[in-house]
Unconditional design. Structure first.
Length: 156
């Protein structure tokens, strides 16, 4: 009898706990129709071929297409050579802003880096990518003047 009573209490408390659960913003099956949404114009920036020491800054423009203010967390870059700068204040619905990404172009070779942007948006994680190739600066040479020892100057 005691076991039956304890089992009933357990089942009732489990049912009560499951009905009282809050909506989890990280669960994609549960959606908030009023949640902010981050929409980027582009998620990949291609530098192409750039010279070592060039300006490695690019911008990723985004808009809050949701109905509540958008708050960005600290973006995380895939390495220390890529530094993101993001707006610290909430982005109101319908407003736009930019995330600046600066790549240190002192290293020669291919660029293939990512920046992960976290926010309170319905899509709470977005990956931004930069790619390209850094080459050495071309060496500038001055033409050499050759004097022929047996040459005679021409006078007019």
């Amino acid at each position: 009898m005691r076991t039956i009573i304890l089992s009933c209490i357990f089942l009732l408390s489990a049912a009560d706990i499951s009905s009282a659960q809050q909506a989890d913003p990280n669960n994609p099956q549960i959606s908030n129709q009023n949640a902010p949404e981050i929409t980027f114009e582009k998620t990949v920036h291609d530098y192409g071929t750039i010279v070592r020491g060039s300006n490695g800054t690019c911008e990723f423009q985004f808009t809050n297409t949701g109905k509540e203010p958008l708050i960005l967390s600290k973006p995380i870059s895939s390495c220390g050579c890529t530094v993101p700068t993001w707006p610290q204040e909430p982005i109101l619905p319908g407003k736009s802003d930019v995330i600046k990404v600066t790549y240190n172009t002192k290293n020669i070779g291919p660029i293939n880096k990512t920046v992960t942007v976290y926010s309170n948006a319905q899509t709470n994680r977005v990956m931004l990518s930069i790619k390209g190739n850094v080459i050495a600066a071309p060496v500038e040479t001055v033409p050499e003047k050759h004097n022929d020892i047996g040459a005679t100057p021409v006078n007019k």
